[in-house]
Structure formats: C-alpha cells, structure tokens
Design a protein around this ligand. Structure first.
Ligand code: BES
Ligand code: ZN
Length: 732
C-alpha cells in the first residue's frame, strides 16, 4: 500500500535483490485516503528490492502536486510553466510514494523537457543528453539528493532568466525570474548570499547541497516553499523592481528569503516526525527569519515589527474560543492543511522567542547545534528539541514549554503594587485571557511564564527575571523609590497580556509621552489596553484617553500597531453615530506626525521613515483630512497623466485616499492601472485597496472584479491562515 492521488498506474513490478521480476496483478485505489494497494501473485519476501511503476499523472490546475502555472510573455502570448508544490501531502499527485515526512529516501531525478526550457530540481544537473525519441526534447539528469522527505522534492520546467553569485561559503546561489526581469532578482540574491553563511555560523552546520535556486512562480498558492535546493516563491515574495517596489516589499522579500533558507536546516536536514510537530518547523523559521533580517538589515528595527506582526496577532487569535494548542493531533490530509495557521506560525515564533530569551543566545545556539547534528538526515519531535535545549542550558525547558505547546491560550496577568520601605511588593495573579470576556470557568489553566520586571531607573535592562509558575504570587522588587514606576514584561517577550492596577497604569503614562519607555513597550502597553477593551474588561474610553500620550510618538511600528487598533475600532463604529467623531479623533492624533513628515522624503531618511510616511498619509487620507485628500488627488492625477510618476512608497496611501473618496471614474482609472501593470506587486497593491471605495454600487463593481479572472491568480490563497480564524470569531 502506498500513497497516490489522481494517478493511473499502468504497470508495476517488484524485483527482489538478486531475484526475478514479479509483475503486480492489480491496483486497488482507495481514493478517499489517497492510497493504492498493489497486489502480487504471492506474498513478497522481506528484504531489499526495487519497485518499478509505470504511471500517468495529470499536470493539473490545482496549484498543488505537479501543476501548470500560466504567465504572459513580453510579446503578450500566454505560456505555461510546470511547477511542483508538494507540502504537505501532494507529492502523491506527482508520483506514487510513501508520502510521510518520516519516510525519507534519496531521489535520482531525470526530466525530459523541451530543449528551449529551463529544467530545475533539488540538485545540480549532472547530464544533459538529446532525447532519442524526439529531437525537440532533452533529457536532464540531476545528482542524487541526500536522504529527504517527499514533501521537499521539487521540479520546475519553464522559461526563466536568472542572476547568480557564490556565497562566501562557496554555495552557488541563483535567483530565477521571468524572462527579461533578471534585475528584479538582484535584491533577493544579495539577501540569500548573506543569509546562507549567517545560518551556517549560527547553527555551526554547513548547508549540505552544492547549489540553491530561488525561483519566482507566476501562480503560487502559498507565499513560498522551502524545497531543498529549489525554493519556490510567489513573485511578490521574491522580485524587487527598483523603480516600482516599495520599502515594505523589500522587507517582506528579506523575511521570506530568511524564512525559507532557515528551513534548509530546520525542516529539511532535520524534519518533523509527523505533522503534529509542524509548528516546530514553521514557528522556528518564523522566529529566526527576524534574527536573519536583523543581521542583514539592522536599520529595519525588525524585532519591534515582530511584536506588531506576529506576537500581537498570535495573542489576538489565541484568545478566541476557536483557537487550538500549538501541538495538535492530525491524520487526514485535510486536517494537516488546517494547521498551517497563525497559531503554528506566529504563536510558535512567539514562544520560541520567549524561550530564546529565557535560555540566552549562547546556550540556545549550543542546544540548536546539538539538535541539528544529533538528528541530521532524520526526524525529530518537539520533545527532542526541548531535551537538547535542556541539556545545553540546564534549565527545565520541558516543563516550561509543555504549558505553551500542549494547552491553547495564554494568561492575563493582573498586577498590583504596594510600597514597603525601600521595596515594592507586587501581587501578581494569572487567569486565562479570553477575547469574549473575563474567564469564568472553574478549572482555569495556568502557564509557566518566564518574564522580566523593569523599573524607571532601569528601563530596557531586564535585571529582574522571574518564572511565574503559580496562579498567584507575591514578588518583592528591591530598592525602588516611591516615585519610580514598575513595568512587567519589558520587550514584550512573555506570551501574555498584562493588566495593571489603575494607579500602576497611571504611573506609566508619562514615560510614553516623554518617550523614556522603549518603543516596543509603548507599542505593547497600548496593544494590551485595546485588547482588554475589546474583551470588555476595561472601557474603550479609558483606552482612547491613553492615546493622548502618543502625540509625540516618532516610531513607525508603534504608529502602525496603534493605527491597526484604531482601525478595528473605527470599523466597529462605521455605521453608528460615532463615525464622524472617530474620524476626527484619528485626524487629530495623526496630524502632528503627518505635518512633520510631509509628502516628500527628506535628506538622510531611511527605511522606517518611508514606511511611516506611507502609513500616516494613508491614515489621514482615509479618515477624511481634506488637505491630504486634495494633495493625494493632485499627485494621483499627475501619476495617471504620466507627468510625475508616484514613488512606490506613496502609491498605497495615494490609491487608498483617492479610492475612499472617489467616484466611478476613480475606480475605472484604478482598474486601468491594474490592467496596465506588469509587476505583480503593483497589481496586488491595487487589488488590496479596491475595497476602500465607499459607494455601494462601486463596491458591487469591485466584488465582480474580485471574482473575475483578472485578479492575480496567486492572490486568492493570500490569507490562507487568517480566514479560518476571523470567521470563527465569537460574536460580540
Ligand atoms: N512551508 C511553508 C509553505 C507552505 C505553506 C506549504 C502552507 C504548504 C502549505 C513555507 O515555509 C512558509 O511558511 N511560507 C510562508 C511564508 C513565510 C515567510 C511565513 C507562506 O507561504 O506564507
Ligand atoms: Zn515555513
């Protein structure tokens, strides 16, 4: 019995080592289970042998298995590439196999392809010979792969250009792009060439293959896929057009490259035992991609962005009754698909970040090296990693981490303080945090939370580390004067929400206003407050009052997170009497920073200034700030008329503003821009913003467009993990 889906077996036979070939007499397909049973005239003898199968599969249109991807050539013709996407359980659509991560094998791949096409696979090409039966075809042979899981096998056949380089550790790196767009691969090439030696050093394990290819695929369901030696990407996750790509796209490409290359070690060299441990692959890669980008682009301040993008997102989703533990038992392929979600990715990454902080970088790396060398070319489970980290650090990793991976949710930590002489006494209690309101059940779970405590004297340094392992604890912080404040969870490392007593919260506010509290903590305080308000634990007005403390805020990521939270509130109020007031509130809050930034980049500005300008102008424009709307319209007109092309970083805010306050002419112009765009990034940018149009008739038109085949095909899978959750959100 083996896995097989949508495949017709023509003949099969078994040749025992040193024995006679035995033909299979029947093929019994169990379609539901994606399996086939081959029958032989008599029981096969135990031992080595070769199974030969002649079969026909389908080059499908499902974006999984071996599928065809459509693209338009520079001369406007429609062409197709053949591409594979096997994770999690679709190698069985390309060839009959034992399609489970723990059943590893070596692969010797040969592709017979049209002469003028590029043919790629995991390994380097060893031979290229004319194909005797057809002079237009060639037979391309690839080197034997290391022992690996089926979901990591890959092949691509199509028309591509490439750029290449050698990394400092001697690996040939190529980025394959659509024909004529090789330049757009340069940024990713640079990132990849820096990333390989970074991981080699971090893990102290070399990259085991002679080459790595990164290729942009026109139709791609996920964002990217870590096939060993042949990483496939959506065009928007790999290609950077110096003129038309915005700063956030560059950052995204860097993160995705960092993520997929991390899998080359963590996932490919050491693979999860079963899909239950998928989170280990994805959570780990989603954490270390930030470490890698921080190394390559320190100016991105990427760790603060982690807190806004992954940590708070995980907290938000994991507070829902419909969440699930990080580790889940899965069986059928449909169940496996379900766990590629924000719990595996973002909560996984967040608990690994907490663990890394608890252990310290040096011991963490020692443990990682132990894990990767002990289990290389094999499989491992969550506990195997904990054991290695426990051995390296001497800390109770198993005990601490099981509370995070085996139960869903996280604690709300309530803290009160009392001054006692020179000391501050903290009373700390934890209860499960629920998005639907305070936890009222009887059997409240609790967690082991490694957390730091800081004071106004010692803001960012986490001098005091504690392990909150009881539902209620009293902690003494020594030498704290009465006028000093205390904050829990500096750096937002512990995976929890904090609720301060009203006086403690009050004492923290000046440090937001005068910026003595670090950005990540200003962001986190504000995010905790919004979530407490959403859960009905504190009043929304209370939170809005705190917003005033952010008038001097200079930090992009803080604004971005705050803007998201206000956006949620604004959506909730959009059809109420408070709508106008809410818009005015937003304009008042963002005006100061908006005026400081202006529309045009100043000298010496960097990545984060560009992101901040886009965010703030978009926010002001959307909320109806008249001068912003007028300037956006003026710039849009010049852009459309070809007088002055909008810089890539200003496109989203300008498109958003003109659409929000636009009419049918604006929508038509935007659809025309969409049609003319050659870069997927530009198409997707427009697709994402079309929903901002206000008039009901125009919304209808946008919906019709969204259902048409004019849309970027790979876009439909874009939010594959988010949708599951938002649809399950409990009613408020
Ligand atoms: N292994 C995944 C790709 C994948 C996702 C395969 C879902 C099958 C189903 C890959 O490593 C990945 O996580 N890609 C992310 C991008 C990443 C930067 C978070 C994706 O596709 O969104
Ligand atoms: Zn991944």
């Amino acid at each position: 019995m083996m896995n097989c889906a949508d495949i017709d077996i023509i003949t099969a036979s078994y040749v025992p080592e040193g024995g006679e070939e035995i033909n299979a007499t029947g093929f019994n397909y169990q379609n539901e289970d994606e399996k086939v049973t081959l029958s032989f005239p008599s029981a096969l003898q135990k031992g080595r042998g070769m199974l030969k199968i002649d079969f026909v599969g389908e080059l499908n249109d499902k974006m999984k298995g071996f599928y065809r991807s459509k693209y338009t050539t520079p001369s406007g013709e429609t062409h197709y590439a053949a591409v594979s996407q096997f994770e999690p359980t679709d190698a069985r659509r390309a060839f009959p196999c034992w399609d489970e991560p723990a059943i590893k094998a070596t692969f010797d791949i040969t592709l017979i392809v049209p002469k003028d096409r590029v043919a790629l696979s995991n390994m380097n090409v060893t031979e290229r010979n004319p194909y005797p039966d057809d002079e237009d075809m060639v037979e391309v042979k690839f080197a034997k792969s290391p022992i690996m899981s089926t979901y990591l096998v890959a092949f691509v056949v199509g028309e591509y250009d490439f750029v290449e380089t050698k990394s400092s550790d001697g690996i040939l790196v190529r980025v394959y792009t659509p024909i004529g767009k090789a330049d757009q691969g340069k940024f990713a090439l640079e990132v990849a060439a820096k990333t390989l030696p970074f991981y080699k050093e971090y893990f102290n394990v070399p990259y085991p293959l002679p080459k790595i290819d990164l290729i942009a695929i026109a139709d791609f369901a996920a964002g990217a896929m870590e096939n060993w030696g042949l990483v496939t990407y959506r065009e928007t996750a790999l290609l950077i057009d110096p003129k038309n790509s915005c700063s956030s796209s560059k950052q995204w490409v860097a993160l995705v490259v960092g993520h997929e290359l991390a899998h080359q070690w963590f996932g490919n060299l050491v693979t999860m035992e079963w899909w239950t441990h998928l989170w280990l692959n994805e959570g780990f890669a989603s954490w270390i991609e930030y470490l890698c980008v921080d190394h390559c682009f320190p100016e991105y301040d990427i760790w603060t962005q982690f807190v806004s993008a992954d940590y708070t997102r995980a907290l938000e989703l994991d507070a829902l009754d419909s969440s699930h533990p990080i580790e889940v038992t899965v069986g059928h392929p449909a169940e496996v698909d379900e766990i590629f979600d924000a719990i595996s990715y973002s909560k996984g990454a967040s608990v690994i970040r907490m663990l890394h902080n608890y252990i310290g970088d040096e011991d963490f790396r020692k443990g990682m090296n132990l894990y990767l060398t002990k289990f290389q070319n094999k499989n491992a489970a969550t506990e195997d990693l904990w054991n290695c980290l426990e051995q390296a650090s001497g800390k109770p990793i198993n005990a601490v981490m099981s509370s995070w991976t085996k139960q869903m949710g996280f604690p709300l930590i309530y803290v009160e303080e009392k001054q006692q002489g020179d000391n501050r006494i903290l009373k700390i209690s934890q209860k499960k945090f629920c998005a639907s309101g305070p936890f009222t059940g009887s059997d409240c779970p609790h967690w082991m939370v490694p957390i730091s405590i800081c004071t106004s004297e010692d803001v960012s340094c986490d001098s005091m580390k504690v392990l909150l392992d009881q539902p209620e604890m009293t902690i003494t912080v020594k030498n704290v004067k009465p006028d000093q404040w205390i904050k829990l969870n500096p750096g937002m490392v512990g995976f929890c929400r904090i609720q301060y007593s009203p006086t403690m919260l009050e004492s923290l506010l000046p440090s937001i206003r005068n910026l003595t509290l670090p950005p990540v903590d200003r962001l986190g305080l504000q995010n905790d407050l919004f979530s407490l308000a959403r859960a009905g634990i504190i009043g929304t007005v209370e939170v809005l009052k705190v917003m005033e403390a952010f008038v001097n805020e200079p930090n992009y990521t803080v604004w971005s997170d705050l803007s998201c939270n206000l956006g949620t509130l604004s959506t909730l109020m959009s059809h109420t009497d408070f709508h106008e007031e809410m818009q005015e509130f937003i304009v008042d809050l963002f005006l100061n920073i908006g005026q400081k930034l202006g529309w045009d980049p100043k000298h010496n500005e960097g990545h984060l200034d560009a992101l901040l300008r886009g965010l703030v102008l978009g926010k002001l424009g959307k909320a109806g700030h008249q001068p912003t709307i007028e300037e956006a319209r003026r710039r849009f007109k010049d852009h459309v008329e070809g007088k002055q092309v909008l810089s890539a970083d200003l496109r989203s805010p300008v498109y958003l503003t003109v659409l929000k306050h636009g009419d049918s002419t604006t929508l038509d112009t935007m659809l025309k821009l969409h049609n003319q765009a050659d870069l997927q990034e530009e198409k997707v940018r427009i697709e994402r913003l079309l929903g901002a149009i206000s008039h009901p008739d125009l919304i209808q038109k946008v919906l019709t467009f969204a259902m048409s085949d004019l849309l970027t095909t790979s876009w439909e899978g874009a939010t594959f993990s988010a949708t599951v959750f938002s649809m399950n959100e409990p009613p408020r």
